[in-house]
Design a protein. Structure first.
Length: 260
């Protein structure tokens, strides 16, 4: 009986790779697509061992006042599927944000590595492959498990704003240190809670100065300056669940617009 159990264990099918890992293995450096559409320019290029990177530059882009917005998807998808199924380019367009939008491959499972631990290296590669210069000021929006990648980027000096869309699953101390750091540049951390609501409320107990709202405003509702410029802002989501936050096409455009 013991030998039979061992034999069955040895012949078990290995766990399939996560969507992101499968996409990374299927992507090559030779991949490059450049599309000029009515609302902007969309470039997709492949890399070695890090998957695909999408870059979108809106037609109304103005370099003098633009920022770089990096969006990181969450678990159970890959960057190409997130671009299509979550209609990310449409969401970026609808935000009206004057930005160069960059969407690299990100972790989609708990055992996945952080593909882009070097934010500066990612920005330099985008400029090299697309010939588009990324604005110096950086904003990062991450959904769910994207927080693991963002933690690696907190030391990047031009990073001034982090938006965790139901994404505070860990590394509380690192995010706390970043938002409270005494630097010439003010850091802003925006937290939206649904599955992470209880953890976020514990996080905020040490920050009585944080601005808290019981629900998310409606699309394109303006925020008062006291909220828009606060260092730490928390929204409790009642209308959107964990995936609805990024798939309905309502929350991400509003966040990018309201915290511009």
């Amino acid at each position: 009986m013991h030998a039979l159990v061992v034999a069955l264990f040895l012949t078990q099918t290995p766990e399939p790779p996560s969507p992101a890992m499968a996409a990374v293995r299927a992507t090559t450096e030779n991949e490059f697509v450049d599309q000029l559409n009515e609302d902007g320019r969309h470039v997709r290029f492949g890399t070695k061992d890090k998957g695909a990177v999408h870059v979108w530059k809106p037609r109304a882009f103005k370099a003098a006042t633009a920022v770089t917005v990096i969006y990181l998807h969450g678990f159970y998808t890959d960057v190409d599927r997130a671009i299509l199924e979550h209609q990310l380019l449409t969401q970026f367009r609808d935000s009206g944000r004057n930005a160069l939008f960059i969407v690299p491959e990100a972790r989609s499972g708990r055992t996945d590595p952080v593909f882009w631990s070097d934010l500066k290296g990612l920005l330099e590669l985008v400029e090299k492959r697309t010939k588009m210069k990324a604005p110096e000021r950086v904003v990062v929006v991450g959904h769910s498990g994207a927080y693991k990648t963002i933690v690696e980027w907190l030391e990047h000096e031009p990073l001034e704003q982090v938006v965790l869309v139901d994404g505070l699953y860990g590394n509380d101390e690192e995010f706390r240190d970043w938002v409270t750091a005494a630097t010439e540049k003010t850091h802003q951390l925006v937290l939206i809670g649904f599955d992470t609501q209880q953890r976020t409320e514990w996080f905020l107990r040490k920050h009585p100065e944080a601005v808290k709202l019981d629900d998310l405003p409606y699309l394109y509702d303006e925020l008062p300056p006291s909220v828009r410029k606060a260092k730490l802002v928390f929204f409790q989501s009642e209308r959107f669940d964990h995936m609805g936050m990024v798939t309905t096409g309502r929350l991400v455009p509003w966040l990018l617009h309201a915290f511009r």
